[in-house]
Ligand binder design. Structure first.
Ligand code: ATP
Length: 239
């Protein structure tokens, strides 16, 4: 069966800035795949291209065999995307927001119930989003992204800025969805502990170049490191 994601020789230029210099990787069915790398490495650019929001300069990028440029609408039916700075409508309650998203994505009542479970916000689901903390908003956004059961969830720094309790909840839900529902996940993160816990494989991008790719434990062995931070520092020249 085809891979869920195929990225081959992907190049992205913003004017004179070469943000991606020909990266290649694949993501398999039900796999959680993590992109790591310093600020400005090209992670968000890669995720936005897969989410069909940016056009690549060159290279092949496919989701379940569909090209992200020429078959954009097909790809959009297969994915959900959680941007780094996702906002929900402040004057809707959490429940109303999920109901609205269910209508937009044409999924039924069960999806909303599932979203409410994923968010795990208790009674606060009936409060307006403007009263939520950052962690609560992120949980609602994650619920929105997973409740539609995409074939591929693209999550840009899903736990960035969250406290331990919220971050643990978000990671647990991501893992559960990948394991129980076969959702493939492509995420970015600066938290190496998180990446080690969550990801089946990880790729390190530095200045638009893919420096390494592999299973977390195998990378530790290969680099004689006790954690992924050490691997990161060994590979990223200016770290
Ligand atoms: P971070 O970890 O800080 O989120 P990142 O790995 O996600 O970084 P990108 O946001 O993909 O990195 O940026 C990659 C490079 O492309 C950087 O040099 C950035 O300055 C540049 N870049 C991103 N967006 C644009 C844009 N719209 N116009 C020009 N340059 C851009």
């Amino acid at each position: 069966m085809a891979e869920v994601v195929v990225v081959e020789n992907l190049v992205k230029k913003y004017g004179n800035v070469m943000a991606l210099k020909g990266i290649s990787f694949t993501v398999g069915h039900g796999e959680i795949f993590g992109l790591v790398g310093p600020n400005g490495a090209g992670k968000t650019t890669t995720l936005r291209i897969l989410a069909t929001l940016l056009t690549p300069t060159s290279g092949r990028v496919e989701v379940l065999g569909h090209d992200v440029v020429t078959e954009r609408d097909e790809v959009r039916k297969l994915i959900s995307y959680l941007p780094e700075e996702a906002g929900a409508y402040p004057y809707l309650t959490g429940r109303e927001y999920l109901e609205l998203m269910a209508k937009i994505y044409r999924v039924g009542r069960e999806a909303v119930e599932e979203g409410i479970r994923i968010a795990g916000l208790g009674d606060a689901i009936d409060r307006q989003v403007r009263t939520y903390s950052k962690g609560m908003k992120r949980r609602l956004q994650l619920a929105r992204a997973l409740m539609v059961r995409p074939r591929l969830a693209i999550l840009d720094e899903p736990t960035s800025g969250l406290d331990v309790v919220h971050a643990v909840h978000v990671r647990k839900m991501i893992k559960q969805y990948a394991r129980e529902h076969g959702v493939s996940v492509l995420l970015s993160s600066h938290n190496m502990l998180e990446v080690h816990y969550l990801c089946d494989r990880v790729a390190l991008i530095d200045e638009g170049v893919l420096k390494l790719i592999g299973k977390p434990d195998e990378l530790l062995e290969e680099y004689g490191a006790s954690n992924l931070e050490e691997v990161f520092v060994k590979v990223v020249a200016h770290a």
